[in-house]
Design a protein. Sequence first.
Length: 173
Amino acid sequence: MPVRIRDMGIDDCEAVATVRVRGWQHAYAGLMPSSYLDAMSIEEDAAKRRAFLAKGSRRVTNVVAERDGEVVGWGCCGPSRDEDATAGMCELYTIYVLPEQISTGVGQALMAELTERATADGFPEMRLWVLKENDRARSFYEKAGFTPDGAEEPFEVDGVAVPEVRYARALTV
């Protein structure tokens, strides 16, 4: 079935929270403490998404992927939060898909939409952070044209170090 990408709305918060929580629990199993992953709450995550969308940030692009009317993926991007970023740099904040949708084209469709929108918004470059040990995600990003740029940062979850590496990709205008 084809994937449809559209803007995320307030009514999507529960579905997006489900995608995010299940996505984290699947993608980070063995990379982060299971106590942290098991404690994640769809309800709490949905409430955070609703509060964020209610603020009305026009600088952050949030999109969902639908298949047969069901939200099966979510992604967002916006201005880079890195200290060394210039005003024109974009950051891919996240792409998550339901575990059963991995390798079905949903992630690729989200990536294509987000990079297209960032390019249309005039961003010359997109960056992202990924867990250093997340080989699946790193391979996905490399296939999408991203390369490590040498930056690393510490990240800690429940007292466990899970370092991240930064990837970057030029966007064509």
